[in-house]
Design a protein around this ligand. Sequence first.
Ligand SMILES: [Zn+2]
Length: 400
Amino acid sequence: MFRGRVSASFGTCGAIPISRPIPIMAKKTAAKKAASKKATEKTILTKSSLDFLERYLNNASPTGFESAGQQLWLDYLKPYIDTHFTDNYGTAVGVINPTAKYKVVIEAHADEISWFVHYITKEGFIYVRRNGGSDHIIAPSKRVNIHTEKGIVKAVFGWPAIHVRNGKTEVTPSLENIFLDCGCTSKEEVEKLGVHVGCVAVFEDEFMVLNGRNFVGRALDNRMGGFMIAEVARLLKENKVKLPFGLYITNSVQEEVGLRGAEMIVERIRPDVAIVTDVTHDTQTPMMNKIQNGDVACGSGPVLSYAPAVHNNVLKHIVRTAEQEKIPFQRMAASRATGTDTDAFAYGAAGVPSALISLPLRYMHTTVEIVQRADVESVIRLIYAAVKGLKAGTDMRYLK
Ligand SMILES: [Zn+2]
C-alpha cells in the first residue's frame, strides 16, 4: 500500500471445487509446513501454489526494479492464461480471452519498498534515501542486500551501542542518522564491491509461518496480491470456467511511489471494470487507534472499502457475491483516496468502475508483515466468484 495516504474462518464457498487436503510432509520449507499444518482442513491452496508463494516472496522486487519478480510471476501464471504482455516499465498482464471486447481487470502491485544508496562517506558508510515508504524506525540492526551489477552485496544498518548512548539525549532513528555498513573502511573499497549511488538495498528477511496459520515476511504488501490474482487464474483454468469477457490479470509496478504502474497500464488496457486487491491495516494490535484507522481484524475476512473512487455498482456486486458464497467480509471507509491502485484505475482511462478487496495485514512496511492464511483464501474465493458472476457488457453507469 502506498504510504502517501493511509486509509486505513474459511469461507465455505460451494462454488469452487476444493482441492484435496494436502498430505502431511516432513519437509523443510515454510510453505510446506504451512501446507501440512492443518491437513484435514479444506483448502484451495496447493503444494505448488505455496511453493510459488515462497519463491515469489523471497525474491526482492524493489520499486523500479521489479523484472525478476515479474518473470517469476509470469512463469507461474502462463499455464492458466491465453496470452500475456508487458509494458515499458515492467507491468505484466496475463490475458484470458484476448479478443473479447468487454474487459475486466483483476489487479495487484508487484513492487516492494526499498532504499536507494544516496551518499557514501569517505570512511565507507552509506546514507540512504527511501524508495517508497520505507520505515527508518525499524532500520537499525537490520541486514540488507544491496543490488549491484556485480551481484548482491551484503550490508547492515549500524547503530551506536546502548552502552555509549546517553539516555537523556539519545535520538531516534531517522533518515538523517541511519546508515549502512558493508564492512569497508573507505569509499573506494565500497565502490570496488560494485556499490554506487542509485543502487537499491532491500531488507533480507524471508518468509516464515507463525502458529500454522499466519504468513510472515517482508513485502506481503503486495506480493500476496500478485499471488492471489494468479490463484484466481489457476482456479478458473482448473475448473474449466468459460468467461464471456476478456480477463486481464494485472501485476503493476511502482505502486509504492504513487500508483504509477497502474496509472500507465489503465491507459493501455482501458478496461470496463477493475477489481483491485492490496493490503490494509489490521487494527487489533497494541498502539493502533480504531478511531483513526477503523476496526479491522486479521482472520475476519476480506476488507471492502467505501470511497468515492470505489464504484458502488461494482462494490454491490462484490458484497452480493460474498453473501451468496458465505465468504466473511469486513468494511472500511477511506477518506479522499484509498491509497491503492484502485484510485489509478478509477481516475484513469476516462474513469473505470473499480472496487477494492483488501487483505488485512499487521505491521505494514516492516519485515514481519503478517496475514492469515484463511483471509488469503477468502480473498481468492471472493475475487474468483465476483469475476465469475460478472456479465459481459454490463453498463455500470450510475445514470443512464
Ligand atoms: Zn505498501
